[in-house]
Design a protein around this ligand. Structure first.
Ligand code: 16C
Ligand code: ATP
Ligand code: CA
Length: 557
C-alpha cells in the first residue's frame, strides 16, 4: 500500500463555507478562508461571515469515518446534508474529536468535511487513520466490569447508553462482565482473567468497585512475580495494565481527583485517547500480615464511624453518608492512641503548599523526590525506607483524636471539591497524615466546614498534618497483639469502661479504619506507601482556562 503523507492541506467544504484544512501529524486545523483566496469552484459561500478557525490535537481525535452521499455514515449514523451540497461535493468524511466543556467535562464532537473528489476524500480518511494507528498508547481491547448495584444502581444503563457507543466509535472491542456479587471482579482478576488479551481494565461503579480492581490486579501481579504482599519491606511490582473508572458510585473520589469531574462520558474519552496517570498505593498491615490496599482515604475515628454507620443504611444510596455524617458528628467520639510516622523529609512538596497536583505535575514526574534520577528503577515502588531512617527519623504523637486520616491523594469529591488534603499528590510516593485532636463540637464543625470553603482546614490549633512514607497506629487499649475481632473487643471494652463510669460520656475505646470505603478488622495497623504502583486511564486534573468561556478559543493559524 502506498505510504500516506504526514502533511495534508486541502480546501474543503464545511457548513456553507470553504475551509483551509491542514493535517500535520500533530494537529488537525480548519480555518475559514476569505473569498479572494478560494480556489474551490461552485462554493456556496456566505459573504458576510467572519472567518473562524479550529484546531484539534491528533491525539484527541477519536475516529474518522466516511459519509455516504445519501447522507448516512458508512457505520450507519445518519447525517442531514443539504441537497445543493451533496450535488457539488458528493464525498465527505466525519472526524470525531474531544471537545472541552465546563468543569473539566469532555464531550465528543463531530465535524464533517465535504469534497468534490472521491480520491481526495479517501486520502484524508486514510491519512487520519494512519496517524491514529501510530498512537500506540491507545487501548484496543478492554475488560469491563459493571457493578449493577453501585451508587444509584445505574451502572449498566450508564455503560450501555453513554460509554459503549463511544468505545464502538473508537473501534475498541470489549469483554463485559456484569458482576453477580461483591468481590466477583476482584477474584476474577486475581485468578481467572486472561490478562494478556487486554490493554486495560475498566470498572463501572464507585470507589469500592475500583478498589476491587486494584486488589485483583495488584495481587495477581505480585503472585505472578513471586512477591509476598505480607511483608512491608517487600518492593511490590507495578501493574502493567491501566485501569479506567466509569463513575457510577456514591463518592467517586478517585475519578473526581484524577479527572476533575465524575462524568461517565469524560472518563470514557480519557480511556479512548489512552491517557496514563500513575498512582500511589498504600498497603495496610496488621502484625506483619497484609490486610488491604488503599489509594484514597484511610480514616480512623470520624470517617471510620461514618462508614460503619452508613454500611447499615446502604438502602439510602449516596445520601447515607450525609445521614451518618450528621449522626457521627453529633456523637462526637474521640479515640486514644499513638501514631508513629516516618516523615517524607526528602520530598519536593508539603501538605501546606498552595500549589496543587495537576495534569503533568512536576512533583509526581519526579516521584516526589528532591534528587530525581538518583533513585534506581527498582526502588520506585518500595516504601523507600533505609534502616538508618527507620531507626532515626520516626515521629510519635500520642493523645485523644477525633480523627486520624491518611490521604494518599487530595480525596476531592463533590462533597469537598478541594478534598481532605488539597495539596496531596497522586503519584509522589507519600500520604498526608492528618491528626485532628479532641476539641469542641463547634471547633470540629469549623474544621469540617473548611473542607467546603477556601479556608485552610489545617490552620487550627487542634489539627496537624505530616507528609509521610509510613505510619503506624496503636490504640491505647490495645492490650496485646492478638486483638482479633475489633468490633467484639470494642463493644466489650466500651461497656466495661461505661460500667466503671456510669455518669460519664466516654467514647468507645476503638473506632474502625475506613480503608477506601471498607471497614478494616483491626485498629492497630502499619501502613507503607508504594510509589506509582498502578496506572489509570486519566491525566490528572487539567488547569482551567482563566475564563471558562474561552475553553475552546479559536486558534491563531
Ligand atoms: C458541615 C458540612 C461539612 C462537610 C464536610 C465534608 C468533608 C467531606 C470529605 C469527604 C472525603 C471523602 C474521602 C473519600 C473516601 C472514599 O475512599 C470512601 C469510599 O468511597 N468514601 C467514604 O468513605 C465516604 C465518606 C463520606 C464522608 C461524608 C462526611 C459528611 C460529613 C457531614 C458532617 C455534617 C455535620 C453537620 C453539622 C451540622
Ligand atoms: N453484583 C454485586 N452485588 C453486590 N455488591 C457488589 C456487586 N458488585 C460489586 N459489589 C460491591 O459493591 C460495593 C459498592 O460498590 P461501588 O463502589 O460501585 O458503589 P458505592 O459504594 O455506591 O460507591 P462508592 O464506593 O463511591 O461510595 C463494592 O465494594 C463492591 O465490592
Ligand atoms: Ca501521594
Amino acid at each position: 500500500m502506498e505510504k500516506q503523507p504526514r502533511l495534508l492541506a486541502s480546501q474543503l467544504f464545511l457548513k456553507n463555507s470553504v475551509f483551509e484544512v491542514l493535517l500535520n501529524g500533530v494537529l488537525l486545523t480548519w480555518k475559514e478562508i476569505p473569498d479572494n483566496k478560494k480556489v474551490v469552484s461552485g462554493s456556496i459561500h456566505h459573504p458576510f461571515k467572519v472567518g473562524t478557525s479550529h484546531s484539534v490535537s491528533v491525539s484527541e481525535i477519536l475516529a474518522v469515518r466516511e459519509l455516504d452521499v445519501d447522507g448516512g455514515t458508512k457505520d450507519g449514523r445518519w447525517q442531514k446534508m443539504p441537497q445543493k451540497l451533496t450535488e457539488a461535493y458528493p464525498y465527505a468524511f466525519t472526524v470525531s474529536y474531544v471537545e472541552r466543556a465546563r468543569q473539566h467535562r469532555w464531550r465528543c464532537s463531530d465535524v464533517t468535511f465535504h469534497c468534490s473528489e472521491g480520491a481526495l476524500c479517501q486520502q484524508w480518511i486514510q491519512t487520519i487513520r494512519e496517524q491514529l494507528t501510530a498512537l500506540t498508547n491507545r487501548p484496543k481491547h478492554l475488560l469491563v466490569y459493571i457493578n449493577p448495584y453501585g451508587g444509584k444502581q445505574q451502572g449498566k444503563c450508564i455503560y450501555e447508553q453513554k460509554v459503549a457507543p463511544l468505545f464502538a466509535c473508537a473501534s475498541i472491542s470489549t469483554d463485559v462482565i456484569v458482576t453477580e456479587n461483591a468481590n466477583h471482579a476482584r477474584d476474577h482478576l486475581k485468578t481467572e482473567a486472561e490478562l494478556k488479551k487486554y490493554d486495560g481494565v475498566v470498572c463501572v461503579g464507585g470507589d469500592g468497585m475500583f478498589s476491587e480492581i486494584v486488589h485483583g490486579l495488584v495481587s495477581r501481579t505480585q503472585r505472578d512475580n513471586g512477591v509476598d504482599q505480607n511483608s512491608l519491606e517487600e518492593k511490590l511490582v507495578p501493574c502493567t495494565l491501566r485501569i479506567g473508572i466509569i463513575p457510577a458510585g456514591s463518592t467517586d473520589c478517585i475519578c473526581y481527583a484524577t479527572v476533575g469531574i465524575n462524568d461517565p462520558v469524560t472518563s470514557a474519552l480519557h480511556v479512548i485517547v489512552g491517557d496514563s496517570q500513575p498512582m500511589d498505593v498504600c498497603s495496610v498491615h496488621h502484625n506483619n500480615t497484609f490486610l488491604r490496599y488503599s489509594v484514597s482515604l484511610l480514616g480512623y475515628g470520624f470517617y471510620g464511624d461514618v462508614l460503619a454507620d452508613s454500611e447499615r443504611k446502604r438502602w439510602m444510596g449516596p445520601a447515607r453518608y450525609d445521614f451518618s455524617g450528621f449522626k457521627t458528628f453529633l456523637t462526637h467520639h474521640h479515640y486514644e492512641g499513638a501514631v508513629s510516622f516516618l516523615p517524607a523529609t526528602d520530598t519536593l512538596g508539603t501538605p501546606r503548599d498552595k500549589t496543587r497536583c495537576r495534569a503533568g505535575c512536576f512533583i509526581c514526574q519526579h516521584d516526589g523526590q528532591l534528587y530525581s534520577g538518583d533513585s534506581p528503577e527498582e526502588s520506585k515502588t518500595a516504601p523507600d525506607v533505609s534502616d538508618r531512617e527507620y531507626e532515626m527519623g520516626w515521629g510519635v504523637v500520642r493523645g485523644k483524636f477525633l480523627a486520624i486520616n491518611a490521604a494518599s491523594m487530595s480525596c476531592a469529591c463533590p462533597r469537598s471539591p478541594k478534598g481532605l488534603s488539597p495539596a496531596a499528590h497522586l503519584a509522589d510516593g507519600t500520604t498526608d497524615l492528618i491528626l485532628v485532636r479532641k476539641c469542641s463540637r463547634f471547633n470540629f464543625l469549623r474544621h469540617l466546614l473548611r473542607h467546603t470553603s477556601k479556608d485552610d482546614q489545617f490552620d487550627m490549633t487542634f489539627v496537624e498534618v505530616h507528609r509521610v512514607r509510613r505510619f503506624r497506629f496503636t490504640p491505647r487499649h490495645c492490650q496485646n497483639d492478638s486483638e482479633l475481632d475489633l468490633r467484639e473487643n470494642g463493644k466489650q471494652l466500651f461497656s466495661q469502661i461505661c460500667r466503671d463510669h456510669p455518669a460519664c460520656s466516654c467514647s468507645p475505646a476503638y473506632s474502625s479504619w475506613n480503608c477506601d470505603g471498607e471497614i478494616l478488622p483491626h485498629a492497630a495497623i502499619e501502613v507503607g506507601v508504594h510509589c506509582q504502583l498502578i496506572k489509570l486511564f486519566a491525566r490528572g486534573i487539567e488547569e482551567q482556562p482563566l475564563f471558562e468561556d474561552l475553553a475552546n478559543p479559536p486558534c491563531a493559524l
